[in-house]
Design a protein around this ligand. Structure first.
Ligand SMILES: Cc1ncc(COP(=O)(O)O)c(C=O)c1O
Length: 418
């Protein structure tokens, strides 16, 4: 057993990585964070795609302290509730991209996806269609790490070694409605739900082709399947509206959310449950929904979410994504040279560049740290950007410049090695 590794077994990391491999983040304000040596970085991915209102917002801290002092936590299983969870549900229902939504609360995105898949299946079963168990997802896509979420995730490397996965989960290329039709024919009468991110995030930053999501909606209607919009990244202003589904003009049956609902200040996620699913769940007065997480409806996490939503509202942060799209998108586009940087893609507040074949994205990320910017490699040749919505023009320019310098540095190192 190794003695030079940290006690903390880090997520998405090499278990054999030594202590010195980790950057110790100790503080943050706005779109920047600071490490234990005092070095400042632009947080170009909003930590992990979530810090929409930026770091160090006193209003959220105050709301959390106030709630902690009154009641830190009590559960919301039958027969208990609490004001912050109820208020948050009411607020999110009012913002939802479909009418009459109720809100199921979880502690994060994977639990939200797990919940949406389970609700889709149980609503189909209670609605008289127990044969509808198939869940269709896209490839690439990222939906999380618990078993339903992992099974839906369209990144084979994430699934390797963790099998067997959930049965009856079928994947189609992320942009191909004909492939979806083929799955519909193959599993005729058996599709419970289709799950899609409005813009594929960690799977590659891939906006949908024109009309794609509307096409998915139309097929769900025809098949009696539910459309799950996984808004864990796209929600709360990332695409310039409260929801990505609104941005693309589609009406989902279920919406999964997390990350930006609290800007990550406390762990919280959930599912918006639309009328079609509600109808099936509420039909039998005596039926009990045997699903729920210990921390679902956590009042302190809900207080953080409410304060975060207030900030998004008050500061007009939904309007920031188009600004980011113009400045950061154009800046990253200016780096495209067909050799070191093959392309850029994204929309609104979420972007990526595609690096030349022999330029490892992780090495470029590492080099960028020396230039004071934290971007994130997704896959071997893609770097992602999803900054806090409060990011300033000058900070976006630093992201672009650090990328240019990082790419040049890694290229010259590779060339020197021959
Ligand atoms: C679209 C999407 N769904 C689900 C998840 C899983 O969320 P969590 O990591 O909070 O479990 C993520 C996380 O990045 C995500 O991007």
């Amino acid at each position: 057993m190794r003695s030079d590794v940290p006690h903390l077994l880090h997520a998405y990391s090499r278990p054999a990585a030594g202590r010195s491999g980790f950057v110790d983040i100790v503080a943050g304000d706005g779109a920047e964070v600071v490490d234990s040596t005092g070095r400042r970085y632009v947080d170009a991915l909003g930590s992990l795609w979530y810090c929409n209102v930026g770091h160090g917002r006193r209003e959220i801290g105050d709301a959390v302290v106030e709630q902690m002092r009154r009641l830190e936590v009590f559960h919301t299983f039958d027969r208990f509730t609490n004001r912050p969870a109820e208020s948050l549900a009411e607020r999110l229902s009012g913002l939802a991209p479909m009418p009459d939504a109720r809100v199921f609360l979880t502690s994060g995105g994977s639990e939200a996806v797990e919940t949406a898949v389970k609700l889709a299946r149980v609503a189909q079963a209670w609605g008289g269609h127990p044969e509808r168990t198939v869940v269709v997802s896209r490839k690439p896509s990222y939906h999380g790490v618990t078993y339903a979420a992992l099974s839906a995730t369209g990144i084979p490397a994430n699934q390797a070694g963790f099998g067997p996965l959930l049965p009856d989960v079928v994947q189609v290329p992320y942009d191909d409605l004909d492939a979806l039709d083929r799955v519909g024919r193959e599993h005729e009468g058996r599709v419970a739900a289709v799950i899609a991110e409005p813009v594929v995030g960690a799977g590659g930053v891939l906006p949908p082709p024109e009309g794609y999501l509307g096409g998915v909606r139309e097929r769900c209607d025809r098949w009696g399947a539910y459309l799950i919009s996984d808004e864990v990244i796209c929600g709360f202003g990332r695409l310039g509206r409260w929801w990505g589904a609104e941005h693309y003009g589609v009406r989902p049956d279920l919406v999964t959310f997390a990350k930006g609902v609290t800007s990550g200040y406390l762990p919280l996620g959930g599912v918006l449950v639309g009328a079609a699913v509600r109808e099936a769940l509420e039909a039998d007065e005596d039926a009990v929904l045997r699903h729920g997480y210990t921390y679902g409806g956590h009042p302190t996490a809900a207080a953080a979410a409410l304060a975060n939503l207030d900030l998004i509202d008050r500061e007009g942060l939904l309007g920031r994504a188009p600004v980011i799209g113009e400045r950061l998108g154009a800046g990253l586009g200016s780096l495209v040279d067909g050799e070191q940087v093959l392309g850029h893609r994204g929309t609104q507040g979420i972007w990526a560049i595609e690096l030349g074949d022999d330029l490892p994205a992780a090495a470029v990320r590492d080099a960028m740290l020396d230039h004071g910017v934290i971007a994130r490699p997704i896959g071997s040749s893609t770097l992602a950007y999803c900054p806090p919505l409060v990011v300033a023009d000058e900070q976006m320019d630093r992201c672009v410049e650090a990328t240019r310098l990082g790419v040049a540095q890694v290229r010259s190192r590779i060339t020197a090695r021959g």
